[in-house]
Design a protein around this ligand. Structure first.
Ligand code: ZN
Length: 661
């Protein structure tokens, strides 16, 4: 394979480089060569419409994955990297500080230094600095971790493992269930419903009969049973990996050096602050749910308690009655193409950047209905390319994602390698191209990731766009989500798909009020999930509490909805695999994006000066700055609280968004 041969050539260049900066450049070249091939293969594996392409891409991923492992354990490469960093340290000790991109003999630029340190961190994570026996055990554990993670994921897509429930359809729930037949049809056979995630949440939301909801909840959260043992093995492997590199726990290992939080202690402190601050609002919302349940059952509020299977059902009932919305009337303002055009207008207003549609070359598209757009700045010209693949298709990855196909970086001749990305969603076409407001927010979220990659102008690809610390990577996408729900932005950028008129102000207000109802309960659920992720990956003694003990303890302590004995919801919590102690990142991003929104865009400040500020401080620098400097650049000095050598974000803006000040 050409990529492997080229990366082998580049290894020699890196080892023989004469200056520290040349070494880092050669390492970044290797990384760019492998990543362009690996990212494209990963993309094809997930979205290509042709099974043969998907299969070939899977094989390519395996070969390239092995090459990455080989690079991370290449001792000559590691030696060259350590020499480059040492040479820089010695020279820097005897010279005046250099500015950001100033080049001096023997010294690295600030960005190159961060790239070098981050590469060293990655190689040491793979155990390159350890004695041989420990290193080979670590390699073994990394392999085990990957296989266990894949097995857990596969069980979650295998309907036969997700449990089923035999419903009583003659009782009070029967009528409602009949009316939802179409949605459940693929999962339903007679009285039996297979509990895929869509069917399970559908039943918990729509089914009138509490007995049926209870049956569905218990069966759903007692599956996939196999995942319980696999998860324990995964956590055990991670704990041993951490011990081998001298960390107290996997959470300590994973957060050290490369995140804003820096340590699980900062994360815990943040989560507990947030849990306490939202509690009054959570109780208010729970009271409303109890009133609905009491009314529904014809009982006094004092005689009613909420069960775990009541949450989605009474939330849906209360929303429909408190803020009745005609879903079709609302969706008419969220036509898919109008959302894309609205995002284009937003970019023009904020940054003088246009989204321009360009024709696809023959053979360029991997499926039907692919759009290709370029981002063109009014003075700077083309900045990057974005492909949109937004409709569902058999064999395509579920959910919404952003894929980087080529990272930006400065080339030797001084030109810039323009980034290429793809946004992939599966919005059902049966709705005539009309999205729900939630789907529009999802689209804007993925556009935020795409912008982060496309507008990034780092010198090295290693820190381009979204390739940054997990707990900062979600910040730009959470900021762009605000534009898809703020009343001012909705009226300015979203228009009726037939009349072209903006959404009437009363409708915008009702929609916003409906979205805000139960925000605190939903946020509490995220806090609970993040705490479970932290505790499962935190220090654990051999033969100590099981994952179910920990989940039950966290829920009893922090959730208003009781833990149901015998269930094990962690078996369905797939983010435990991919995030491993960093699931809190979504909450960090919410706190920081609320602060950015309020400081730069609230009160209608959607203009060029706020847009240019955000482009410069949030998007252009990718993740080339130290995490705390990055936040200071966007928000000034007062938004981070130091904890244990790392940071937690201040939560006052998030509380203000929730109406809690
Ligand atoms: Zn995201």
């Amino acid at each position: 394979m050409r990529v492997i041969a080229r990366s082998d050539d580049l290894i020699n260049q890196a080892v023989l480089s004469s200056t520290p900066l040349d070494t880092i450049r050669a390492l970044d070249d290797i990384s760019d060569t492998i990543c362009q091939a690996y990212d494209t293969a990963e993309f094809c594996r997930n979205v290509h419409s042709c099974p043969e392409w998907q299969e070939a891409a899977t094989q390519a991923c395996i070969v390239l994955g092995a090459q990455v492992e080989k690079l991370n354990t290449n001792e000559s490469l590691y030696g060259a990297l350590v020499r480059a960093l040492d040479c820089h340290e010695q020279t820097a000790a005897h010279s005046a500080p250099a500015s950001e991109y100033e080049q001096r003999p023997g010294l690295l630029t600030a960005e190159a230094l961060r790239v070098g340190r981050s590469l060293r961190h990655d190689m040491e994570k793979a155990g390159i600095h350890l004695p041989h026996d420990k290193r080979s055990r670590l390699t073994e554990l990394v392999g085990q971790e990957r296989c266990l993670g894949m097995a857990i994921g596969q069980n979650l897509t295998d309907v036969s493992k997700l449990g089923h429930v035999d419903l009583d359809i003659n009782g009070e729930g029967g009528v409602l269930l009949q009316s939802r037949m179409n949605s459940l049809a693929p999962s339903r056979s007679g009285r039996r419903v297979s509990l895929g995630s869509h069917a399970l949440s559908g039943l918990l939301q729509w089914e009138h009969s509490a007995k049926n909801r209870q049956k569905a909840y218990v069966a759903g959260y007692c599956s996939p049973r196999e995942n319980l043992a696999l998860l324990e093995q995964l956590l055990g492997a991670r704990q041993e990996m951490a011990a081998l590199v001298g960390a107290r726990s996997y959470a300590h290992h994973n957060l050290r050096d490369a995140t804003l939080a820096g340590s699980p202690e900062a994360v815990h402190s943040f989560l507990l602050d947030l849990a306490a601050a939202i509690q009054p609002k959570v109780e208010e919302e729970v009271e409303l749910l109890r009133r609905y349940k009491a009314k529904h059952l014809g009982k006094a509020v004092a005689d009613v308690q909420l069960d775990a299977w009541d949450r989605l059902y009474y939330m849906a009932m209360a929303k429909a009655e408190e803020y009745p919305l005609d879903q079709l009337e609302v969706a008419a303002y969220f036509h898919l193409q109008h959302c894309i055009d609205g995002f284009g207008q937003l970019l023009k207003t904020l940054m003088g950047v246009s989204l321009t549609k360009v024709p696809l070359a023959p053979g360029e598209a991997w499926a039907d209905n692919i759009q290709k757009l370029t981002l063109v700045h009014e003075d700077e010209g083309p900045l990057g390319t974005i492909y949109l693949d937004l409709q569902p298709r058999r064999g395509k990855v579920a959910g919404a994602s952003h894929f980087t196909l080529r990272c930006g970086r400065r080339l030797v001749d001084g030109s810039y390698q323009a980034p290429i990305v793809a946004v992939v969603c599966s919005f059902a076409v049966s709705s005539g191209g009309l999205l729900s407001p939630d789907q529009a927010q999802t689209l804007f979220h993925e556009f935020g990731h795409a912008l982060h990659s496309l507008l990034s102008r780092t010198h090295f690809q290693h820190h381009s766009g979204t390739r940054g610390p997990m707990d900062l990577m979600e910040v730009p996408s959470h900021v762009t989500e605000h534009f898809a729900r703020s009343p001012h932005s909705l009226r300015a950028f979203m228009h009726h798909h037939i009349s072209g008129r903006p959404m009437p102000a009363p409708l915008v207000q009702r929609l916003r009020a409906s979205q805000r109802l139960f925000e605190a309960i939903n946020l509490q659920q995220q806090v609970v999930d993040a705490l479970i992720d932290q505790r499962l990956h935190g220090p654990r003694s051999m033969g100590g509490a099981s994952s179910s003990d920990i989940v039950s303890e966290v829920m009893q302590e922090h959730s208003v909805f009781p833990f149901v004995p015998g269930t094990f919801p962690q078996a369905r919590f797939h983010h435990l695999v991919g995030y491993g102690a960093t699931y809190y990142s979504y909450l960090y991003a919410q706190a920081l994006s609320s602060a950015i929104w309020q400081q730069h865009f609230a009160n209608g400040q959607i203009n060029r000066s706020s847009g240019d500020h955000i482009r410069r401080t949030m998007l252009q620098c990718g993740s080339a700055r130290e995490p705390a400097h990055y936040v200071h650049g966007m928000l000034g000095d007062s938004h981070l609280v130091p904890v244990n050598g790392g940071f937690k974000p201040e939560i006052s803006s998030l509380l203000k968004d929730l109406g809690l000040e």
